[in-house]
Design a protein around this ligand. Sequence first.
Ligand code: ADP
Length: 638
Amino acid sequence: MATDTILLVDESADARAWLMENARSSGDYAWIEAGSLSEARTRLKAQLPQLLIIAAQLGGQEDGWQLMSEYALSVPVIITTTHRSADEISAALAAGVRDVLVKPFEPERLTLAITRALRLAKTQRERDALREHVARQTQEFSALYTVGKTISNLLNIDEILTLVVWAAVNLTGAEQGSLMLHDPVTGELYLRAQFNLSAKTAQKLRVKVNDTLIGRIVQSGRPIMLSGNDLVKVQTSLLVKAILGVPLIVGDKVIGALTVDNQLSPRIFGKHDVHLLVTLADSAAIAIENARLFASAERERAKLETILREMQDLVIVTDENLHVLLINAAAGQALQLDEAVIGRPLSQVVEVQQLVDLFEQRHTEEYVWRADITLPDGRVLQGQLSSLPGVGYGAVLRDITRLKELDRIKSEFVSIVSHDLRTPLTAIRGYVSLLPRVGPLNEQQQDFVARVERSMDSIVDLIADLLDIGKIEAGMDWEMTAVPLHIVVRESVERLRPNAEMNQQTLSVNVPELSPVMGNLRRLEQVAANLIGNAIKYTPARGCINVSLHEDDGFLVLQVSDTGIGISLEDQRHIFDKFYRVESEATEKISGTGLGLSIVRAIIKKHSGRVWVHSELGKGSTFTVLLPRYREEKKFDK
Ligand code: ADP
C-alpha cells in the first residue's frame, strides 16, 4: 500500500521535528516540510499531499489561515495554533478545516487528528472513485441503450452505422473510428461509415483484405488491440498510436470490422473497450442484416406491386373479416375506389352486389368460388375467389365482355338457323311420309325412306334441343309452381318403360310421395326424361336401371343409377358441356345430340339446384339431382 504524504508547514524547525516524531506512532508517513508560506506554495504546486498540517502563525501575519482557505477544499487540512479563541476555531472549521490543534497539545491528540483526517480523506477518495465509476457505467449503458433503440427504430442504414461508429469513438474515448465492410466480389474492404476521419483518409480507404491490419480482423474473425511497439512489429502503414478493432459477424460470416484508434494521444485501449466495441459491432451487424432483409423484401414488394399495377385483371384482397386490404389499379378504376377504402368492410365500399356475393360464397362448400359480375358500365367480369391462408381472401376478375358477346351472337345465330330450318324440315318430313301413299315402293325404296326418316328425326331432335336450350338460358316460358316431383318422376319412368323393356332391362323405381319443389313442370319433366332416357340408352341389354327420390335436409334428391357403360373421369368433366359426346366403341352406335345433359344442367341451375355424376367405366353411372324443397310461406291469423 502506498504511504500517505503529509506536508507540514511551520516556521519552527523544532515544532516540525516534534510533530513528526510524535505522529510516528499513528503510522508510517512520507513527510514534506515547508518553513514558509512561499515554500509551502511551491511544494503544493509540485504535488498535492494526502494531508496538510499548517501552523496558523506563519510570517507573523497569520498566513497559515490564508493557505488553509486556499487548499481546504482539495486537501484535508489540520491547523495548529496557539490561540484559543472559540470564534477563530469555529471560523476555521466552517472554512473546511478538518481539525484545530491548540498548542500545547498531547501527542495522542495529534495522532488522533492525523488518523481521523486521513481515514476521512480516504473514504472520500473511494466514494469519489465509485461515483465516477457508476457515472461512467451509466453513461455507457445509456449510450448502448440509445444505439440499440435507435437501430430498431431507424431504417436508414447510413444513419445507423454512423451512430454506431460515433458511439464507439465516444465510449472508448478514441480520437476517430471507422466501419469497413468486406466486398466479396473484389475481395476488398471499403469504408461504410466513419467518425472524425480526415477527408483524405476517408477517400483512400479501400483496401485488400489480406494486406492490412483491419483485413486481419476480417480474416481471423477476432478482435485486435495494439499500441506502441506492438504496432511497429506488425509493420502497419496506419499512422496510429493505439488501435482497437473487432469483427462484424452475421451468422457465421465476418462481413467487416469496427475500428477505433488514437493518432495523437498515446492512450491505449483496454479489455473493457473491447467489450464495448463487440457489443456495438453486434448491433451494427444486426442492423446491416436487417437492412439487407428489408431491401430484399422491399424489392419483392416493388416487383409484386408492379405486376399488380400493370395487370389488366381486377384484384381485390380482403382479410378474414372481409375488410379491404388491397385493390389494384384496374379494380380501383373499374369500381371507382381509391386508397381510402383500405381497412373498410368490402360490403360498405363496393356497390356491385354480385361482387359482394362472390366473397359471401366463402361459406359454401363449393370446390371453386366463381361468379359472373356485371359492372355498372355494362362490362361483364368473370370472378374467382380464393382463400389466402394467413391473409384472408383474394378475388381476381377478368373482363369477359367480348367472350359473352360472342357467346350471345353464337346462340342467336344457332337459334335463328334452327328456327329457319324447322319449316323446310317439316315440309321434307311431310313429303317423305307421303311417298308410300302416292305409289307402291319397292323394298330398297322403303329402306331408303326409313333411313331418311330416321335422319330427319335426329335433325328435328337436334333443332328442338337447340331451341330449348336457347329458351332456358334466356329464361323464357318460365312459369314456376309447386311441382310434385314424385309424380313427374313416376310418369317419366312409365313413359320410358317400353324402351327399357325392348332392351330387356330391369327398371326399378323407388319414388315415395314427397313434398313438392318450386319449379317449372315442363322443364322438370325434361330433366327426368333426359336422365332416365340416357340411363336406358347407355346401358346394354339386360342391365339394371334404378330411379329413386328422397328428401334430405330441405332438399329433394333424385338419383338415376344404371349398370351401363360408365363414363371415364376425364369425360365426366365435359359431359355437361354443350355438344359433348363421349367417343368410344361403346357409344359408336348410340345416337344423340350431346345437348341433353347441358339442358339438364341449365334447368337445374335455374331451380337453384345442383346436378352431378358418379361413374366408373364399364360398371355404371349414378346421376344425382338436388332441388330445394318448396316451402309454403306461413300465414298467421290475427
Ligand atoms: P347425348 O344426346 O349424347 O346423350 P347428353 O348430353 O345427354 O347427350 O350426354 C352427353 C354424353 O354423356 C353422352 O354422349 C354419353 O357419352 C354420356 N352419358 C350420358 N349419360 C350417360 C349414362 N347414363 N351412362 C353412360 N354415359 C352417359
